[in-house]
Design a protein around this ligand. Sequence first.
Ligand code: ATP
Length: 342
Amino acid sequence: MAVVEARGISRHFGEVRAVDGVNLATAEGEFLVLLGPSGCGKTTLLRMIAGIEEPTHGDILIDGHVVTHLPPRVRNIAMVFQSYALYPHMTVYKNIAFPLRTRGMDKADIPRKVEWAASMFGIEKLKHRKPRELSGGERQRVALARAVVREPSVFLLDEPLSNLDAKLRASAREELRQFQKRMGFTTIYVTHDQVEAMGLGDRIVVMHQGRIRQVGLPKEIYDSPADTFVATFLGSPPMNLIEHDGIVVGFRPENFLPADRMNGDESVAYPFEITYMEDLGAEKLIYGNIRERTHTGHVVSRLPGNVEAPIEQGRTYPFAALRRDLRFFDIKTGLRTEGSLP
Ligand code: ATP
């Protein structure tokens, strides 16, 4: 276990500020998720922590020691990439043993360590196969076993689940999370998938254009986004944002419901003109517009699938959100403000 810290870290490629003045510290044994859209600088930040990318400015510290200019092999960090990068001509056993052999571990100790790492991911029976004889999920487990075999103090993962199909991803997520808790490695995990981030992270770091927008517990970030970017990046469908009396008002689709289900005093009602509906079984998504003189916007309501709502496309109904579920954002900067409605 270790604490990883980025102090004023930047990486510029010519005009492109891939990472721009990032300050960040993990807790010991934490599962920290870097979340953001493609190109926001997540991978570049991870590569600087690993030591395979030199920062333009700033420092990387591990357990309080500056390692900015130290090579990757002395940082005791393991990194797993999206592509897994297994050696195709080697068996699973040799792939997992490889980092031990290159570090000159005593030959007699290697089988025991490989056995341990393979059992950690339930791939003992696959040891004699080559990567091409494995499924995507199995390859991913081999890559993880190879990364942990030398018991790093920090584990860096760059979208390791993105090559798996949706069902396998869910089980791999659960496995990874349990493994990480058991081992207690400090883990930094990069993804652009907000569901993965919410499910895996002890904390989430939301990045955009090389900078950090918000750091917090998943629920904190979901419930109290720092700005309109975070509000709309997390959640599917995202937070509704409407313009109301010169301020941006936000509310989650699951908090925007038919007004007769709300207590009038504690809620704000809007006329909701329904344009489209989707019944997804577990939930119903109702799309439409709020079009009044002082408040406008395209919004979505999410109702539990077992609620029978007599709602027709093309008509307008009173919908409402509780005041306590409203969030306010500055119309110019997009930053969260302490607003209120009359
Ligand atoms: P993705 O999810 O698509 O991998 P990311 O958030 O990991 O994206 P990075 O790969 O860190 O983003 O890239 C951040 C920005 O820096 C992008 O605009 C990218 O084009 C640019 N960039 C990254 N590496 C280089 C490089 N070696 N030379 C020039 N530009 C680069």
